[in-house]
Design a protein around this ligand. Structure first.
Ligand code: ZN
Ligand code: ZN
Length: 143
């Protein structure tokens, strides 16, 4: 099922299928170098209110990408799917592009805007926050 807050999603090959519940019908765009290298572009992400429920997870693999975060992907088709704090699995973020019906989600803001390269730009007027501003908000120190 899909309403604005409950979303089904999955990877390219179907070896990962999940459902998440969002706290708000919005997404962020992360421009950090790790997200861009991992997902082949800026990472558009929704934040799940709690862990995902999986109907299929045999392809799901977690990669520890930094001291405090890990990324979930499908080991069969390579789809980039999830980001979470390693010690707080309730902080799950999921790729907007993995969702079956993301059309009604609205852009909240851009994060890691200071890591965005000059070769692309987004035309929206939503807020843009730097790594330092985001780290301060989350109470984390940079990796
Ligand atoms: Zn897959
Ligand atoms: Zn990122």
């Amino acid at each position: 099922m899909s309403d604005t807050l409950t979303h089904d999603g999955g990877c390219l090959c179907g070896a990962v299928r999940f459902q998440i519940r969002l706290s708000t019908p919005t997404f962020n765009i992360c421009h950090c170098g790790m997200c861009r290298r991992w997902s082949a572009g800026p990472f558009l992400a929704v934040h799940s209110d709690g862990p995902a429920r999986f109907s299929r997870d045999e392809g799901l693999t977690w990669y520890r990408s930094s001291r405090w975060a890990e990324r979930g992907f499908c080991s069969r088709c390579g789809a980039s799917l999830f980001w979470r704090l390693a010690n707080r699995p309730d902080t799950l973020a999921a790729s907007v592009e993995a969702l079956d019906a993301p059309e009604r989600l609205a852009l909240d803001r851009h994060i890691y805007i200071d890591a965005k390269p000059d070769r692309y730009d987004f035309a929206d007027a939503r807020p843009r926050v730097t790594e330092a501003e985001l780290m301060a908000e989350l109470g984390l120190s940079a990796p």
